[in-house]
Design a protein around this ligand. Structure first.
Ligand SMILES: C=C(O[C@@H]1C=C(C(=O)O)C=C[C@H]1O)C(=O)O
Length: 454
């Protein structure tokens, strides 16, 4: 079988690897219909890959866990009306798989959805995508997973796969040099700083009147740089600054959502499940060792945190045979800020999976409020608007059901040289408008600082 030709502008791809892939795929019996994936170990690529310059890049990195998923092309994409239908869509997949080298690397579907309600960004309410080619690397061991969803002859499928492999290998081979930092211009802000503080006051009034216990208000700003943002550069920047976070990129229609999320909505490994309660925030200052102590002992932040721990525990309790809820929060330190953090874990009841848990958990009071229904009504009244999947969820699930979804936080929606960045803060009875504004500025800075070098 011929190896697909190079694009004229491309650097030479590792031809030996492509030729080897071509030989191996040729012997493969590709079914004509249904979703089919084949895993091939590629020791030639072993190492920890970084996101390459691919158009519409989908990727997921957990640098701290040595996990990298890098996708190229699409085998199957299902647009769903919301998170409720994602599970249905996934269960409906008739997914055959061949593990050619016995490496155990299962094929993966990416999934994501927004917060709920109108999303002016143009991203669909929910999306499931199986990449045509996935580079799946765990602790430096890499596999290539080819997928196809029928509708072509086996020869056409093999050609498409090799084309995709050529594109991915070429992109992985291209240098992604760092950019000298630039100044960003704030173009637009919603709501204005003044209006945000007013909303915080209106929210504390609603809390005093007993309408809700907590509500999360957010801000969105648009910035411009003198050059186009590079999603792969931003992801690398974030991965080196925040290796404990989930770093992901979701390319869609020429724009790319990029995030460094500290908040695990849910992760499943077999029947083990884990979710993070993350709420209560303060600036972190290495020069002030008492600051963390203040966060741990501060009544307002502990109250805000406890509400989230209670809610997540009760949502997971219904789905689990056993649940471990630490009695004391820990500190999660992320550059310039830190959070109160309680990892909650358990054993799922048989027949329950990642997507059911994600559905039961989203949106947690860390990003919405409590009680949820009243908080949603109050958010509408206060004019809260969220876009670009901010405070929705994004992640991956493999064919066996293992995977993870993170809350979409500390994120930017890149569009050429513009980026929309959002951040919010949990409002409780004792909240102060100025302090909450400062908290959102700090959270925005996580992304703005990285954007300057992207
Ligand atoms: C809403 C955001 O963050 C959430 C709110 C937090 C808080 O209010 O303390 C902390 C972490 C996140 O759960 C955000 O980063 O935009």
């Amino acid at each position: 079988m011929p190896v697909p030709s190079q694009r004229d502008d491309a650097r030479p791809v590792p031809n030996r690897l492509l030729a080897a892939l071509s030989r191996r795929l040729e012997r493969l019996d590709v079914p004509k219909s249904g979703l089919f994936s084949a895993t091939l170990a590629v020791p030639e690529l072993d190492g920890i890959p970084t996101p390459p310059p691919l158009p519409d890049l989908w990727s997921w990195l957990r640098p701290g866990d040595g996990l990298a998923l890098i996708a190229s092309g699409t085998a199957l994409e299902l647009v769903c009306s919301g998170p409720e239908t994602l599970d249905e869509a996934r269960r409906g997949l008739d997914w055959a798989h061949l593990d050619l080298d016995g490496s155990g690397a299962e094929p993966v579907a990416f999934l994501g959805h927004g917060f709920g309600g109108p999303d002016r960004s143009g991203l669909p309410p929910a999306l499931l995508r199986v990449p045509r080619l996935l580079l799946r690397c765990v602790s430096g061991r890499c596999d290539l997973i080819f997928s196809h969803a029928g509708g072509a002859s086996p020869d056409q499928i093999r050609l498409m796969w090799l084309d995709e492999a050529a594109r991915l290998l070429d992109a992985l081979d291209r240098p992604v040099p760092p950019s000298p930092p630039v100044d960003l211009v704030r173009l637009d802000e919603f709501p204005s700083p003044h209006a945000f503080r007013d909303r915080v006051s209106a929210a504390t009034d609603a809390i005093a009147a007993g309408r809700v216990e907590k509500v999360v208000l957010s801000r969105r700003i648009t910035v411009a740089a003198p050059r186009p943002f590079r999603p792969e550069r931003l992801a690398r920047e974030l991965a080196s600054r925040h290796p404990s976070c989930a770093i992901f990129t979701v390319g869609f229609g020429g724009r790319t959502l990029v995030a460094a999320s500290p908040e695990r909505l849910v992760a499943c490994n077999g029947r083990r499940v884990e979710s993070y309660a993350l709420a209560g925030t303060a600036p972190s200052d290495p020069a002030d060792p008492f600051l963390g102590g203040r966060l741990l002992s501060g009544a307002k932040d502990r109250h805000e945190h406890r509400l989230v721990v209670g809610w997540i525990s009760s949502a997971l309790n219904d789905l689990c045979d056993d649940l471990d809820v630490p009695s004391e929060p820990r500190r999660m330190i992320l550059g310039q800020l830190e959070h109160l953090w309680t990892p909650i874990s358990g054993t799922l009841k048989p027949g329950t999976g990642l997507l059911q848990a994600a559905l039961a958990l989203h949106p947690t009071p860390a990003v919405a409020g409590l009680p949820l229904a009243s908080a949603r009504i109050l958010l509408d009244e206060l004019g809260e608007s969220r876009s670009g999947w901010y405070t929705g969820a994004f992640g991956w699930i493999d064919r066996a059901g293992d995977g993870e979804m993170a809350v979409v936080l500390r994120c930017a929606l890149l569009d050429g040289n513009r980026a929309e960045v959002a951040a919010g803060a949990g409002i409780v009875a004792a909240s102060d408008p100025e302090a909450e504004f400062t908290e959102t500025e700090l959270k925005l800075r996580t992304m703005l600082d990285a954007l300057r070098s992207a």
